[in-house]
Structures are given as structure tokens and as C-alpha cells.
Design a protein around this ligand. Structure first.
Ligand code: FES
Ligand code: FES
Length: 154
């Protein structure tokens, strides 16, 4: 049976009318057309679907939308302000930290939550932080450099 769910996403309220088994990723992408978070494994293993819920990175493919009701949800679409990219987005571009880009929104959201918690990280701490975000293209080194640089900017 469908029910109404109120979601707060990137500072805006959205009411959706959904079945209880819909995942947060499905609702973001299919109902609200916020397609930055991607689906790859669909099983909580790869991190491409990462969004922040109350500041913590979650795999939205294994999170029910209903579980996020009443919480602050942040997606990659909410990072740029007034046309200005977030320092992490700038740094990923400057360091050529992506190729196909499929993993990038999830990796940046993980990095954002991490830097909020740990503003002056070491490279190894960054590697550990993004260990749950799988990238098949880049070898990670440029992403680590980008996050390190963004930490300095932030
Ligand atoms: S698609 Fe969600 S963790 Fe892989
Ligand atoms: S840039 Fe292609 S998967 Fe990471």
C-alpha cells in the first residue's frame, strides 16, 4: 500500500507517494529525477549510490526512502551553490580524478562527510575513508590528491 513520505533533500521538502519497499535511491532517481547518485551493484557494496543522511554517508540502494523521512538528505546536486562548484568538485576536475565519472558523485559525497569530520587528513586516512567507493577507471591516486587539496581549500 502506498503512503505519503516527506523527504528533506538539499534543504527542500519533497512529498512523495510511495510503496514502503522503495529504496531511497529509486525515489531520488525515478520520482525526483535527482540522478547524480548512481546504481551499480544495488547491494551496498560499491558506493556509487552514496548520499548523506544527517551528515553520514549511506548506500541509498539499500536504504528505504521511508527510513530517511524527517532527516536531512544531501545529494551531489546540492553541493554547488549559485553556480559555484564545491571545492571537492573543483578539486576533482583540477586533478583529473575521474574518467567515466560513474563513481564520482558517490566518492565526493563520502569525501564531504569525511572532511566535515576530519578537516586535516593524511593520504592514508583519505584512502581508508573512500575504501567503500569502488572506481574501475582511475586507480584512486588522483582522487586522493583531489580530496587532500580540497581539504586545504575548505
Ligand atoms: S549501488 Fe549502492 S552500494 Fe552499489
Ligand atoms: S571514474 Fe569510472 S568508475 Fe570511477
Amino acid at each position: 500500500m502506498k503512503r505519503s513520505v516527506l523527504l528533506r533533500i538539499n534543504g527542500e521538502r519533497h512529498e512523495v507517494y510511495i510503496k514502503p519497499n522503495r529504496t531511497l535511491l529509486e525515489v531520488l532517481r525515478e520520482d525526483l529525477l535527482l540522478t547524480g547518485a548512481k546504481e551499480a551493484c544495488g547491494a551496498g557494496e560499491c558506493g556509487t549510490c552514496t548520499v548523506l543522511v544527517d551528515g553520514k554517508p549511506v548506500n541509498s540502494c539499500i536504504t528505504l526512502a521511508m527510513e530517511a523521512e524527517g532527516k536531512e538528505i544531501e545529494t551531489i546536486e546540492g553541493l554547488s551553490k549559485g553556480g559555484d562548484l564545491h571545492p571537492l568538485q573543483e578539486a576533482f576536475i583540477d586533478h583529473h580524478a575521474f574518467q567515466c565519472g560513474f563513481c564520482t558523485p558517490g566518492m565526493i559525497m563520502t569525501a564531504k562527510a569525511f572532511l566535515n569530520r576530519k578537516p586535516g587528513p593524511t593520504k592514508q586516512e583519505i584512502r581508508n575513508a573512500i575504501a567503500g567507493n569502488i572506481c574501475r577507471c582511475t586507480g584512486y591516486e588522483n582522487a586522493v590528491d583531489a580530496i587532500l587539496n580540497a581539504a586545504k581549500e575548505m
